[in-house]
Each structure stands twice: as structure tokens, then as C-alpha cells.
Ligand binder design. Structure first.
Ligand code: IPM
Ligand code: MN
Length: 360
């Protein structure tokens, strides 16, 4: 991760409600930066569905090279009702993840005070773990094709690829992260995979996990099959500290995670390139929610949480944590619900409340 004296942030507000939640995140960032003396600058990029409809381009030529010059990218949301599914996902989000080699997808699953979880009887102290998802390989690599397309004999392949380098750097990062997180209940890293069926690709993951674990004797190296993990996440989420998993399974279990932490309005994530000079990207998990656009009712908590992660990952850990603390004051003592239009406050008011809570 590159950390310069002046933090350079590329901002892609994106589509639908993306720009509205981004504005709240940047508002909170500005308040914290001025309080903590963090010098930063933002540059806006208009990538997303609107631009695609206008120009036919998802990422214009040279855009990736331009973005590489930034310390971090803040992404509001991309997704447009008039753009076919897959175009923006593949042409923008996945393209950036791959081209910027953001090999870690970091998804904290944390139930904030006052937030309703569908898991009855579970409290904030029970739902507090982190998923480290590999972010560049697996079925996402885009390897495959059709044979005899549009005929009765059609064949399609979609190949999952796993490399030693790809899984090792992710697993190693996850062990380091678990060590640093230093859970007072005990440091545990759970590999989530499907070694009983995926006996080649996940065997590579399993062997690599065992090898790297030898260097981290202070961390319990644990394993769950992915189907069992789905059961435990619902039944015993308190079991988990940090999970490391493959790209496809990580995609699925992090949505389950988002639901148990109170929904898309609160879940934030980071796509990290932790290497020196790497550019990471931070985003709220909820989509562009076009039907709420311009109504000032969408929940900005996830977006503000993504800004907190941005600070944490760019060398401003204490400032990031202070945003997380303020968020929890607001969810715990102010907001009525995390659902759009039911918060008891508007989007901009929730941003104001977080700022007001920063110094309490
Ligand atoms: C996510 C999203 C993306 C993914 C989509 C939009 C391509 O679901 O970040 O989890 O599948 O990774
Ligand atoms: Mn997903």
C-alpha cells in the first residue's frame, strides 16, 4: 500500500445513489482529516453506467494507468437499470480488481449496536469477524468458452484457476491480519473451502494453508467446508475470528455476512493491493439502488464505513477507528432502522450525526 504525505484519493461516485452516499463519506472524511491533520486531495472520475450509455466505454483508455497513481480509490456504486447485467461488473469493477492486482477482498462482518440482525438472540459481541476473500482468481478469472453455442449440443466451460502464488499471498496476508487483529478471545484463522470435492484446486489451498500456518504458531489454523461455514455463520457466528477463502465462495458467504450484520446499508468492503505502491479500492456493498436516487433517504453508514477502512489501510488507523466508533454511536443511539427511508433521518442528516459523534 502506498502512503504518501498527501493522500491522493480517486473518487468514483458512480450511479444511482452512489454519489449521495459518497458525498456523506467524503464529508466525514473531511471532518476527520481536519481534526487529525491528515492532508489529502480527491479527484473525481465519472465512470459508471451513465458514462457507458453516453460513450460505450466502461473504463476509457489510460484510465487504469491514471488510477494507479492514486493511493486509494473510493467507489460509491456502479449499476444502471439500462445497462445489461455483467457489463459494468466485468468492465469496471472486476477489471479494476484485476488490473490493479487487488488480491485481497476484505469484508468485516460486524453487528453495530442498535442494528437489527435476523439472527435471534445474537448481539454485537456475537457477530464480529472478518472475511478475507481472494480477489483475482477462481471462477472469476474469466476462463472458459462455448462450443456449439445456441444449438441443442451446446457446451459451456467456466474454469476455476488457482495458483500457488495467488493463494499463498492471500493466506499469508490473512495470517498477518489475524495476528494483528489480536482477538482477546484467541486468534483463529479459518480456511473455508471444499477440499472434500474440489480435490485439486482446494487441495492446493489446503497444502498452502498448512505450510504458511507453520510460521504463525500463535494463530489457530482452523478449517471449515464452505457449506458447514454457512450453517455456523447463522447458528454460531461468535465462533469466527477471521475467515480466509476463495473468490467465489467468498462472494457468497460475504453476502450472508452482510445480512447477519444488518444488511447492505451497513456492510463495507475493501479491495486491497497491499504491496508497496499498490492502489486499493473501498466501497459500500449495497448497489446503486436507483429507485432511491435523489430522495435523500439512502443509508450512508456503509459508505462512511468504507471511508473508515480507507483511512485504516492507508496508514491512518486511529482516524479510521474513530469513524467506526462514531458510526456505532449513531446506530446505537440515533437511527431507528438501517433501511432506506426508515432511518428516522435523511441521508445527509446521518452524515451530520456521524460527524457530531466524532468527538464524543
Ligand atoms: C461483490 C460483488 C461483485 C462480485 C460483483 C458486482 C461482480 O458481488 O463485490 O461481492 O461478485 O465480486
Ligand atoms: Mn458479491
Amino acid at each position: 500500500m502506498s502512503v504518501s504525505n498527501k493522500l491522493k484519493i480517486a473518487v468514483i461516485g458512480g450511479d444511482g445513489t452512489g454519489p449521495e452516499v459518497t458525498a456523506e463519506a467524503l464529508k466525514v472524511l473531511a471532518a476527520v482529516a481536519s481534526r487529525d491533520g491528515i492532508s489529502y486531495e480527491t479527484t473525481d472520475f465519472d465512470f459508471g453506467g451513465e458514462r457507458y450509455l453516453r460513450t460505450g466505454e466502461t473504463l476509457p483508455k489510460g484510465a487504469v494507468d491514471e488510477l494507479k497513481k492514486f493511493d486509494a480509490i473510493y467507489l460509491g456504486a456502479v449499476g444502471h437499470p439500462d445497462v445489461a447485467p455483467g457489463i459494468l461488473e466485468k468492465g469496471l469493477l472486476l477489471e479494476l480488481r484485476f488490473q490493479l492486482d487487488q488480491y485481497i477482498n476484505l469484508r468485516p462482518v460486524k453487528l453495530y449496536p442498535g442494528v437489527e440482525t435476523p439472527l435471534s438472540g445474537k448481539k454485537p459481541e456475537d457477530i464480529d469477524f472478518v472475511v478475507v476473500r481472494e480477489n483475482t482468481e477462481d471462477m472469476y478469472a474469466g476462463i472458459g468458452g462455448f462450443l456449439k453455442k445456441h444449438t441443442a449440443d451446446e457446451v459451456a466451460t467456466q474454469t476455476a484457476i488457482y495458483t500457488r502464488k495467488g493463494c499463498e499471498r492471500c493466506i499469508r496476508w490473512a495470517f498477518e491480519f489475524t495476528r494483528k487483529r489480536n482477538n482477546p478471545k484467541g486468534k483463529r484463522l479459518t480456511l473455508v473451502a471444499k477440499t472434500n470435492v474440489l480435490t485439486y484446486g482446494h487441495d492446493l489451498w489446503w497444502r498452502t494453508f498448512q505450510d504458511v500456518a507453520k510460521e504463525y504458531s500463535d494463530v489457530e489454523a482452523d478449517y471449515n467446508h464452505v457449506d458447514a461455514c454457512c450453517m455456523w455463520m447463522v447458528k454460531n457466528p461468535e465462533y469466527y475470528d477471521v475467515i480466509v477463502t476463495t473468490n467465489m465462495f467468498g462472494d457468497i458467504i460475504t453476502d450472508l455476512g452482510a445480512m447477519i450484520q444488518g444488511g447492505m446499508g451497513v456492510a463495507a468492503g475493501g479491495n486491497l493491493n497491499p504491496d508497496p505502491g499498490g492502489t486499493s479500492m473501498f466501497e459500500p456493498m449495497g448497489g446503486s439502488a436507483p429507485k432511491y436516487t435523489g430522495k435523500n433517504v439512502i443509508n450512508p453508514i456503509a459508505a462512511i464505513g468504507a471511508a473508515a477502512m480507507l483511512l485504516e489501510q492507508t496508514g491512518h488507523e486511529a482516524s479510521g477507528l474513530s469513524i467506526l466508533k462514531a458510526i456505532q454511536i449513531v446506530t446505537g443511539t440515533k437511527m431507528k432502522s438501517q433501511a432506506a427511508g426508515k432511518m428516522g433521518y435523511s441521508t445527509t442528516e446521518v452524515g451530520d450525526l456521524v460527524i457530531a459523534a466524532l468527538d464524543t
